[in-house]
Design a protein around this ligand. Structure first.
Ligand code: ATP
Length: 313
């Protein structure tokens, strides 16, 4: 559905995107995650044909965006960061106007508008001026215009930004429903949003794609975590000698306890060997478990990394 290769974009001296490559298959729901200024909006504007990259190729739904931006725009639904909504128009008049702009045929207009209105829960607000709606309902209007022409791909730029917790829950469940019939790519800097909605996450830092992973795969590591009451002598060297161990890291521990992370090859489960060694040595073990990382721990680790261009310097 989306095929992006070697995308570069600078605004003057600011290098917003550096060699970004990723693919998205039909039916996926993908979170594009990154801190402020990471380049999320820049990617989305390029995908939707509103901005030209300096280098790279972008194919959306089989169409080259750089060559045929209007063809792509007619196939996708796009909710920009701040959707232009015409506050003086009623919800109904705005959606009818958008249907005309989308060139939906006159005989289909009413059914298309009704479907978008019901999907977004706007049926009781049709005659209200958009300017009189709460921010959450204005966001629904933005989503309604994005899905009006039944696009196969929805691209949403920070769809829950500025909403209160109740509105956030509502918009998330709406996105989940919309994802049943469209591929969805949305940007956010909110980690729980990705956990709540996505199959896959793309993490962007300093304009570079630092991670592309299924959420289910992200949680798995084979590191073993060992916690003991006390610190036996030469424990680190004994652990390091175990078959398959590549690193032993002492972790901060409290109340006279000691803790270690024992890392190995990606396919090695180290817990049984650590358990047997601890039993042979009579170590005062409190806990041995396999470590699992969270989206937050991965994000924080990547946030500490520096841009590769600076690293080379
Ligand atoms: P946010 O979460 O804050 O919206 P973002 O991840 O969407 O951030 P972008 O808006 O894509 O990030 O910006 C990426 C970088 O490009 C930032 O350093 C930003 O300041 C810069 N930038 C974006 N638009 C322009 C512009 N029109 N002119 C100059 N610099 C820009």
């Amino acid at each position: 559905m989306i095929d992006v290769t070697h995308l570069h974009k600078s605004y003057g001296q600011v290098q917003a995107l550096r060699d970004v490559t990723f693919q998205i298959a039909p039916g996926e729901i993908i979170g594009l995650l990154g801190p402020n200024g990471a380049g999320k909006t820049t990617i989305i504007k390029i995908l939707t044909g509103y901005l030209q990259p300096d280098e790279g190729d972008v194919i959306v739904d089989g169409v080259n965006v750089l060559e045929q931006p209007h063809a792509v725009q007619s196939r996708i639904g796009y909710l920009p960061e701040s959707a232009p909504l015409y506050p003086e128009l009623s919800v109904q008049d705005y959606l009818l106007m958008m249907a005309e702009l989308r060139q939906i045929s006159p005989e289909d207009v009413l059914s298309y508008v009704s479907e978008a209105v019901y999907a977004t829960g706007l049926h009781d607000y049709l005659t209200r001026p958009i300017g009189h709606l709460s921010k959450g309902f204005r966001q629904r209007v933005g989503l309604a215009q994005a899905i009006l022409h039944k696009p196969r791909l929805l691209i949403l730029d920070e769809p829950t930004v500025g909403l209160d917790p109740t509105q956030i829950v509502e918009i998330r469940s709406l996105i989940r429903r919309l994802a049943q019939r469209s591929t969805v790519l949305f940007s956010t800097h909110i980690l729980p949003e990705v956990e709540a909605l996505c199959d896959r996450v793309l993490m962007l830092f300093h304009g570079e794609m630092k991670l592309d992973s299924r959420l289910s795969e992200l949680a798995q590591t084979n590191d073993a975590l060992l916690t003991l009451d006390g610190r036996p002598p030469r424990i680190e060297s004994a652990l390091a000698k175990l078959d398959g161990v590549t690193a032993v890291t002492a972790l901060a521990a409290t109340d006279g306890r000691a803790a270690y992370r024992i890392s190995g090859q990606p396919d090695a489960d180290l817990c049984p060997a650590v358990y047997q060694l601890a039993a042979r040595q009579g170590w005062p073990v409190r806990e041995i478990r396999r470590d699992s990382q969270t989206l937050e721990s991965v994000f924080n680790a990547l946030a500490m990394s520096r841009p590769s261009v600076e690293e080379k310097e």
